[in-house]
Design a protein around this ligand. Structure first.
Ligand SMILES: [Zn+2]
Length: 162
């Protein structure tokens, strides 16, 4: 179900989220579905649970980033396809020293786009919907999305990174 996206300065956006512990509950499956539906409707590049009012450590990305990036006129040098779209209890384990500055926006901060520096490469550890651990490396736009979304789960908005 498509939910409305929580807007700054709602306090839920500024709170650190607790980890997911119940992976197989119907409630959690519904949350993931609602997040995916909402992300698709908003044509966004990523969505964290607090953005639909649920303070929980999970974010989702679109099935395919490239068309969304194109529709938003985002040019990033590398877009690596990533099969995974659900990241639970994510943790960034490596940030490259090399950074990239790109205009960034947020579905919870409507109408504001700012040049935001981010590490060009990251390594992220997370759990999938069944609770299995995995890790993934990303560069460019995908690395930026991972940083933006894990920030959300720590209660940080991109405008606080400027
Ligand atoms: Zn955001």
């Amino acid at each position: 179900m498509v939910k409305s996206v929580v807007q700054d300065p709602n306090p839920i956006l500024h709170k650190k989220t607790p980890p997911v512990t119940k992976f197989n509950s119907d409630e959690f499956k519904k949350l993931i579905k609602d997040m995916k539906d909402t992300l698709a409707k908003e044509d966004g590049l990523g969505l964290a649970a607090p953005q639909i009012g649920e303070s929980l450590n999970v974010f989702v990305i679109p099935d395919d980033i490239a068309p969304v990036a194109k529709s938003r006129a985002i040019l990033s040098p590398i877009i690596k396809p990533e099969k995974r779209t659900v990241f639970i209890n994510p943790e960034i384990r490596f940030y490259s020293k090399s950074t990239e500055v790109l205009e960034e926006g947020c579905l919870s901060v409507k109408g504001i786009y700012r040049e935001t520096p981010r590490s060009f490469k990251v390594k992220l550890k997370a759990r999938d919907e069944r609770g299995h651990k995995f890790s993934v490396s990303a560069e460019g736009l995908l690395a930026r999305i991972f940083q933006h979304e894990t920030d959300h789960l720590n209660g940080i908005l991109f405008i606080e990174r400027l």
